[in-house]
Ligand binder design. Sequence first.
Ligand code: URP
Ligand code: ZN
Ligand code: ZN
Length: 467
Amino acid sequence: MQPEGPSSLLIRGGDIVTADETYTADILCEGETIAAIGEDLPAPDGAEVIDATGKYVFPGFVDPHVHIHLPFMGTHAKDDYASGSRAALAGGTTTLIEMVCPARDDEPLDALELWMGKAAGVSACDYSFHMGVTRFDAGVEAQLREIVADEGITSFKVFLAYKGAFGISDAELYGTLKLAAELGVTVTAHCENAELIAGLQAELLAAGKTGPEWHEPSRPAAVEAEGCHHLMSFAEFTGASVYVVHTSNRPAVENILAARERGVDAKIEVVVPHLLLDKSYAERPGFEGAKYVMSPPLRDRGQGEFLWRALADGSIDTVATDHAPFDFEAQKRRLGEGDFTKIPNGIPGVEDRVNLLYTHGVAAGRIDLNTFVRAASTEAAKTFGLYPKKGAIAAGADADLVVYDPDYRGTISAVTQQMNVDYSAYEGWEICGRPALVTVRGEVAARDGVFVGTPGRGRLLRRRPVA
Ligand code: URP
Ligand code: ZN
Ligand code: ZN
């Protein structure tokens, strides 16, 4: 039996921060939605009253790029929706958008059903999906039309990388973008030139360069910049709206900005590892560098500072995680020792995104509070058709709220994290600030970094095309 739904919640006296403004007020939540915002709102009978004085109140954070069910590189990512959604909520993320990643021969409808089945009745937070297009032909096209029209999944995902796995040909890319333009859906894209990577990998391995430190040289910034330019050309020809995921370096960003100048509707995502880590982490001895192998790879330190500036000036739209958790010993080491091309690519982070972005962005003076909310919540909600139910604090919006304590001080560790993975890429890092309270549609789901919500209460968010 489902526990009783939420009744009333009054959040008193917090500093409300949205993408556009900051002000002090009370928020009354009735049932699943925000009922009123104002000064000195009376508490209805039986309401839980939260004193948010001295704290921020943010809209629930939206992570538009996560992997929960991910069969990849001979193994599976470690989280399921129970652990992944718990970790997300503990860290202030109330909505996840996961990539459905079918194998090339899989049928899209079957894949979507599989991915939906992993989340339904298990996820504690709300969720939606980007539909991966890993093959494009007439049969796939018909299924994609159905997925958009009937299932409410109104964004696609393509990979220009991962030759022989998720990667698609230029002809398939063209077909996918043409269809997306017709249907008004946004195409999210992993942009790295697969052929260049394959060539560089073979050369490095032949030269005996087998450790994780060779991952970055096998896919340097120019390889990603080419992928971005490539996608921009196809978007320009087809008129599709595109969203480039995990953009890691200046030439890549500049190619997208140049396309924007030409009128291409292109959004840019950055992920936390590219903001905070650099390639020296992947050079750590004893194979520890494998913990930091992801694609596109971690870059020079200067690239991270460039990304921060581009985030602050609005060139970059969103901050996601690309959460892709693989255990260090049993997966990364077992599969990849002796051949860096076989290390499962990915870094976990769904639990830490908000606190790291607040600590190293807001508290460090790199971005302001409104940019923080825009990049970690509102912009993703707008881009993917969830706004204003999600990503907003307004009467009628879903009561997804984060009461944030900027005075909290703590340390990230694999020992205390709720993600189901045996390491943290940020082990021992200090954080300034943490969610004191997190609500999903009016129900308290986390308190002081601990999940207290209802497993399985998360709802599939069916969306309409907005591109
Ligand atoms: O290294 C990464 N990024 N792993 C997850 C799959 C992807 O490319 O997003
Ligand atoms: Zn990717
Ligand atoms: Zn990804």
